[in-house]
Ligand binder design. Sequence first.
Ligand code: PAF
Length: 277
Amino acid sequence: MKIIREINEIRRICRDKKSLGFVPTMGALHKGHLSLVETLQKDCYPIVMSIFVNPKQFGKNEDFAKYPRDLEIDIKLAEEAKVDMLFIPSEEDLYPDDYRTYIDVEELSDKLCGKSRKGHFKGVTTIVLKLFNLIKPKVAAFGWKDAQQGIILKQMVKDLNLDVEIRMCDILRDSDGLALSSRNNYLSNEERKNALSISQALQLSSKMFASGVRDFSVIKKKLVEHFNSFSNTNIEYIEAFRIENLQETDFLEKGVIIAIAAKVGKTRLIDNWRIGE
Ligand code: PAF
């Protein structure tokens, strides 16, 4: 695996690669990231992964400083997963002092997670477009856990006529159901138990849907009661929205996602269920 830190070098090496697959990450790699690599390996070569904890997508009171960083372990995991090139740029190179340009996907970026994380998606779309420009992937893989992020990136690709396929991959879960996330590292044993409230709520939604409930307000009421039985767990939102445009809906059917954001202790976690998946 080649490790590349310089912008000019990654641009030079990736030039003219017709079937390059790209997995952007912020490091703290887990099986979810590695499954994105595996998915792309089926039809892409080479596979480039980037590791960059992007300061522009963290709000002032968020966890940028304490975001888990362990480059040594990440390099080992990427190597084991047979990533061909690992791009680890520096903050100074990507955002020099005179940096001025941002990409903002209007409306979609203000909903759901965007309500409490102002500017977050603007930071995400800006860094992802910068990385796309340097790496020029044919396909880039993202996880369905960050459904809103994927939907916004698809909109960006469409609006800017970018020549890249955004491939969304299934959520990976621990055996107890907790969706894999680098932020799970923050949870104490007690908090981890409470964090299961989120995937359990989605299972409950799926059961109610299977039993014929189609009115989201009925399910939401039940989920609020469910969360009340967990201590130290605060719902930020429970929403149902259409995949294609993030439009909120009360009618549940295929093509709708039920998404939850909740704080367990100080850790903000998200998870979702795509109806029919
Ligand atoms: O999903 C993430 O890890 C980040 O938002 C991404 C896409 C790597 C951009 O920093």
